[in-house]
Ligand binder design. Sequence first.
Ligand code: MG
Length: 203
Amino acid sequence: MKIFCVGRNYADHAKELGNAVPEEPVIFMKPKSALLLSNAPFYYPEFTNELHYETEVVLRICKNGRYVGEYDAHEYYDAFTIGIDFTARDIQAELKKKGLPWEKAKAWDNSAIIGKWIPFTPELREKPILFSLQKNKELVQSGNTSDMIFPFDVIVAHVSQYFSLNIGDLIYTGTPAGVGECVTNDVLEGFYQNEKIFSLEIK
Ligand code: MG
């Protein structure tokens, strides 16, 4: 199983971190060990002093493929959830400054959170997904997939030009503006519209 992530897919978020809006999808990966198993505790990692949440819509790949076209990319994902791409922002800033790879900031154990899956119906595929994150019951991020620079089908097609897609792979599709810090004892809750999709306490 592979975990693909899209960086800078919402213009407002690219701006808040001082990044240019990309001309093609920015793709990075997390290993399988990054996925927090359901009901497992999440511990604040020892190596960072600036843990950031990034709330994202996550797609579930349901069909094996390579060189997928945008016109049939929708056949390759069958469900979505809301998740967190946890980021050690202090480490990422250091690595970016030196032009080094991001893995130590992004790909560590348990850095990928997912909630419960929502199967796509034909109607759901046509509608933008409204999602949000509450930290300690306060709204801190809200997103609308119609604001994505690269929509789902473009991302899936693009990823498949470089990597095979396999059943069970995940794609984190980018975070909207409002990323921020979280600390021990914070409770993060992800929502699709008004429905709670996950709840996570930082231990
Ligand atoms: Mg992200």
